[in-house]
Design a protein around this ligand. Structure first.
Ligand code: ATP
Ligand code: MG
Length: 693
């Protein structure tokens, strides 16, 4: 193809262009390609250009697999590709309608492939998917059945058990090694944990449920069958992966099995932004990528940052330059600015919230929409005070990461109904669904589920189940509802009409289940609206479990697309994104690095990269906020407490030159003192803070 016919090439720099065009024009599919480069250098945008370029060059969009870190990122990438191809609409109208139908997360794509091919590895394709909370619940059930929790009160809690299990699966390391490395206080339970996990795996198989890790595990298992690996690999001519630094062993193994010689494989990432080691990701994947092939992969590096102003980039570079590992990247920006990022001292959480709100409104006055502004934090709970303040002042916001819409109890209730109808063997779903009825407790629920699971086809006649007399009438209506949802009553198609029935039934139960039912009701209506956009129950459940919509400002449903709202996000969920103005909350020791991540050097280094990720999200304005006092609510049994905080250790004194330091609110004029006395006070405070490092 003629590159003059590819109008987008002109907007790329030389290195980006090399990556986009790599392998083109040689008549075949190119060998493996790695783009490794710093934040904001255009990795994601280069990937989008490459996809458009491949399609314009004749590649079949249906045979392109694009793997991103979130569903949102995949959708955004799809839109970008379409925009690019739209430029050719005049001469190649069909290109403007090219759809990428294989784009999503590893887990989402894994689920889709398993629906198709699970039968070939002895799984039933009618599986349901457990989210993390369901998985923990099932593990807990098994734990009780096995009598571990009775044996010792000190036996690890369900969340810890799940974390250990997940770490072992994702790193493919022996249990002993995982315990030693990350959970040394659980090492004494190695034998018990082994037995527990064996029983957990059996329970999942018996109930036909898969947890998140299984989606990768079984995908990898499929790829271990040479014939199947070839077949699945051949579905895709091109496989492209963004954020490769945050993939784990399983994901790398899957990729290599699909494209053993690396032909058609492109991965991009930044080792300085690896922030998911705590979930089994390994930066080795990206570092070892070139040598995994013979001949080795082509490496392209990008050095120009197009996102941030020079002062913001300089500050972020200075933070990452202090890392224990060297990230040999020379990033520069042409976007000059006289404004350095600010280090803002505030008294406490309440003032922090007030400051953020005031800044956001002031910037909106200056013409910057709220959606161009984001507030980032290390842990989801850190935004609680701010959320209150925003609600009080009637400012709409959207929150990413942390507690999600689907984790709300009432939303889970409705999904449990659907899931149980979909898969009667799913014990966790059934247990939750059955107990929604008045007069039915865990005992009856357990009996019903035993009967249901014992039935040869996994669905004993529901109406005939033994329930207490007082609950009988309600039970019959419930049984009819589930049969309707499952399509077992021979009536018209159960979706989406059946779902509306389920919502109506559930709404009638709500006042008994929740004191604040009226507040929760809009979420159910929102769920119904989302459901109506899916063709069937199974797609709906799969998509929602894997990529739940985010929690919202609490008002009915999510804000409409063209509404303006402030973005709140955990640092982890902010990955890959950018905003004109970014405020980072609680840049103090104990928050970043987090108290719970200060066990070893590797964890502290990951926290440093996390701060780097947060800072490099900003295009024009960056505020790092330091409350002098903050309130920690500890999950680790230490109780809630107030803590006097010091500036994060990632910004030691010698980095201060990169920032403008301000105190907010400014002290009243009379108390300001002379410049010299103010400086003396600042120095003294800094000295006292740093005394204990
Ligand atoms: P991150 O590491 O944070 O994921 P990235 O390397 O993926 O960042 P992008 O998000 O692709 O970077 O790009 C950052 C910004 O730079 C985007 O706004 C993008 O449109 C812009 N950009 C990328 N390349 C160019 C270019 N050649 N000319 C102008 N702007 C560019
Ligand atoms: Mg990116």
């Amino acid at each position: 193809t003629d590159s003059a016919a590819m109008p987008w090439l002109a907007s790329l720099n030389a290195a980006q262009r090399e990556a986009v065009e790599f392998g083109g024009g040689e008549g075949g599919v190119a060998g493996p390609l790695l783009v490794i480069a710093g934040a904001g250098s255009g990795k994601t945008s280069t990937l989008a250009h490459r996809v458009a370029h491949l399609i314009a060059g004749g590649a079949d969009p249906a045979r392109i697999l694009l793997l991103t870190f979130s569903r949102r990122a995949a959708d955004e990438m799809g839109r970008r590709v379409q925009r690019l191809l739209g430029q050719l609409a005049a001469t190649h109208p069909w290109l403007a309608h090219a759809e990428l139908n294989w784009s999503g997360t590893f887990h989402g794509i894994g689920a889709r492939l398993l629906r198709e091919y699970a039968g070939r590895i002895g799984l039933d394709v009618a599986f349901t998917i457990h989210d993390r909370e369901d998985s923990a619940d099932l593990l807990n059930l098994v734990r009780h059945e096995q009598g571990f929790s009775e044996k010792s009160r000190r036996f690890p809690l369900k969340g810890t058990c799940l974390a250990i299990y997940s770490a072992a699966v994702n790193t493919r390391a022996p249990l002993a090694e995982v315990l030693q490395a990350s959970f040394p206080w659980c090492a004494e339970w190695e034998d018990e944990l082994k037995r527990l996990f064996r029983a957990y795996v059996q329970a999942k198989q018996a109930q036909q449920v898969l947890d998140y890790d299984d989606l990768l595990l079984y995908w990898a298992q499929m790829m271990a069958e040479p014939e199947l690996a070839q077949e699945v690999g051949a579905l895709f001519e091109h496989v492209l992966v963004d954020e490769y630094q945050d993939t784990n062993h399983l994901q790398a193994a899957i990729l290599l099995a699909m494209k053993p010689d690396g032909r058609g494989l492109t991965v991009v990432g930044d080792d300085a932004q690896a922030i998911y080691a705590f979930r089994g990701a390994t930066v080795r994947n990206i570092l070892d990528f070139p040598a995994a092939f013979e001949p080795p992969a082509r490496i392209v590096t990008l050095e120009q940052n197009y996102r941030s102003t020079q002062p913001i980039l300089a500050a972020a570079n200075a933070v990452i330059a202090l890392a224990a590992e060297r990230y040999a990247k020379d990033l520069r920006s042409d976007r000059g600015s006289s404004q350095r990022p600010r280090l803002v001292s505030v008294k406490d959480d309440a003032e922090q919230a007030a400051y953020v709100v005031e800044q956001a409104l002031a910037r909106r006055e200056d013409g910057l929409r709220l959606r161009q502004q984001a507030v980032l934090f290390r842990a989801s709970s850190y935004s609680a005070r701010l959320e209150m303040e925003l609600t009080r002042r009637n400012i709409p916001f959207v929150k990413f990461g942390g507690l999600r819409f689907l984790e709300a109890a009432h939303v889970k209730d409705v999904l449990a109904l659907l899931r149980w109808a979909e898969n009667p063997r799913d014990r966790i779903a059934g247990f939750r669904a059955v107990q929604l009825l008045a007069g039915i407790g865990p005992k009856t629920a357990g009996r019903v589920l035993d009967n249901v699971c014992a039935a040869p086809d996994g669905c004993a006649l529901l109406a005939e189940q033994p329930v207490p007399d007082g609950a009988r009438e309600g039970w019959l209506a419930f049984a009819a509802l589930i049969d309707r949802l499952a399509g077992r009553d021979g009536g018209p198609a159960p979706w989406p009409a059946g779902f509306e029935l389920a919502c109506r039934w559930y709404e009638a139960q709500m006042p008994r289940l929740y004191e604040d039912a009226p507040v929760r009701l809009p979420d159910i209506q929102q769920l119904a609206r989302i459901a109506a956009t899916y063709p069937g129950r199974r797609q709906f459940l799969t998509e929602l479990t894997l990529d739940p919509p985010s929690a919202t400002s609490g008002e009915p449903g999510m804000p409409l697309v063209d509404e303006d709202y402030l973005i709140l996000s955990t640092m982890h969920s902010a990955k890959g994104q950018e905003w004109s103005a970014v405020s980072v909350l609680n840049v103090v020791d104990g928050c970043i690095p987090s108290d719970i991540a200060t066990r070893n050097g590797a964890e502290i280094e990951e926290e440093r990269r996390l701060l780097y990720v947060a800072m490099t999200r900003a295009r024009d304005h960056l505020d790092l906020i330091l409350p002098q006092r903050f309130y920690v609510s500890q999950q680790q049994g230490l109780g809630d407490r107030h803590v006097y905080a010091g500036r994060s250790r990632f910004i030691p004194n010698r980095l201060l030159e990169h920032f403008e330091q301000i105190t907010w609110p400014l002290p009243p004029p009379g108390l300001r003192g002379t410049p010299a006395s103010r400086q003396a006070a600042v120095d003294l405070a800094a000295k006292m803070r740093d005394m204990w490092r």
